[in-house]
Design a protein around this ligand. Structure first.
Ligand SMILES: [Fe+2]
Length: 369
């Protein structure tokens, strides 16, 4: 059930454009605006040839704050299906946000992809994104995972959970993420540093559901219990737990499955906390996409969003990093606990942006580094 119906000539015409254009090289390679300028010139040159047949969009420019290997295959698949060429600029999310702001209506970007809904909401607040009235989005992605006006749309879910050393911890030892602040975990936990987006988003959800004083207590306990087990990368947290240097760590779920894929015998397992009746639920954030306010290739941008929220797009996009598809009818990768098997915290992702500043202040006050 392919939702895409394109004129049979679309691929041929697109190849005509692509044939004149060198493929991008290097993992994050982008000789900044030169390539876009060149491409724009080529496209303009090609338009008279194409206009005679049909106005099929030929190109879409993506600014992405996600690792290229985790999205490229899905974008390639979109290219293959539609003949629309995807031009990808990968960089840090904050850098891209600043760039979008600085470029204003001159931006070449048609869409903005990030791994954190808080940054998408921030982009919406700054007036950088465009609302989308598209039934395809509303049918595919539940409301808590997108902006009310669809100016950004979640594409895949990541849960912030616990990795534990199976030789040191029994799963029954921990019920809640807040348990990690208890004195019995002194010297036994591994946590991300204060600059971590995952820590900021996770603590924001705790603050929204548990209130300030419990959040403060949690942060102070984390600081005291982690000692020197504070890491810049989530993979280091999983490694510390696998080596027994810490008994429990706080990470996004896919880091655990990535480690186990490489080292199936590692003595680690995933634990989804806060599942008891009446408890908070697991902390979920979403990676997502927004169409820019000044998109020059609006039709192509909308087709890309439509593809990524479609069942085929969802399966592929989420699977690349073993994230959870947000489309309720698409199953997660079979190594993951089924999405229906756990509850998530009911904090709308739009709130992550407004919560960020006060959360960062609390993280700082608690002395986390
Ligand atoms: Fe990550």
């Amino acid at each position: 059930m392919n939702q895409f119906h394109f004129h049979p000539g679309a691929g041929r015409r697109a190849r005509l454009v692509r044939g004149r254009q060198a493929r991008p090289s290097g993992p994050t390679g982008w000789s900044p605006l030169r390539r876009i300028a060149l491409l724009a010139a080529l496209c303009t040159a090609a338009i008279p040839l194409l206009a005679a047949t049909s106005p099929t969009p030929t190109q879409v420019v993506v600014y992405s704050g996600r690792a290229e290997r985790l999205i490229k295959p899905a974008l390639d698949s979109f290219e293959g299906k539609t003949g629309i060429r995807v031009e990808l600029l990968s960089s840090g999310t904050t850098e891209l946000l600043n760039r979008l702001q600085a470029e204003g209506d001159r931006t070449p970007a048609d869409v903005f992809l990030t791994n954190d809904a808080g940054n998408l909401e921030r982009a919406r607040e700054l007036g950088l994104l465009r609302p989308l009235a598209m039934r395809e989005i509303e049918r595919a992605i539940p409301a808590p995972f997108r902006a009310p006006d669809n100016s950004w749309v979640g594409l895949s879910g990541r849960i912030w959970i616990l990795v534990y050393n199976t030789r040191q911890v029994k799963p029954a030892d921990i019920k809640s993420i807040l348990d990690l602040a208890e004195p019995r975990w002194k010297g036994k936990i591994a946590i991300p540093n204060a600059g971590s987006e995952y820590l900021q988003a996770g603590v924001s959800v705790i603050k929204a559901t548990q209130g300030d004083s419990r959040t403060r207590h949690f942060l102070e306990g984390l600081k005291s219990n982690a000692d020197t087990n504070v890491f810049g990368k989530s993979s280091q947290i999983v490694e510390a737990v696998a080596k027994g240097q810490a008994a429990v760590g706080l990470v996004n779920h896919y880091y655990i499955y990535r480690h186990l894929e490489a080292q199936p015998d590692a003595p680690i397992a995933a634990l989804i906390p806060d599942q008891a009746e009446g408890s908070m639920g697991a902390i979920m954030n979403a990676a997502g996409i927004g169409v820019t306010k000044h998109a020059r290739h609006l039709e192509a941008a909308k087709l890309l969003v439509e593809f990524l929220v479609s069942q085929a797009g969802q399966k592929m996009f989420a699977d690349l990093n073993k994230e959870y598809p947000l489309h309720p009818e698409v199953k997660a990768n079979p190594v993951l606990p089924e999405r229906q098997s756990f509850r998530v915290a009911l904090v709308p992702l739009v709130r992550l942006s407004e919560l960020r500043e006060p959360t960062m202040a609390m993280i700082e006050q608690a002395g986390l580094r």
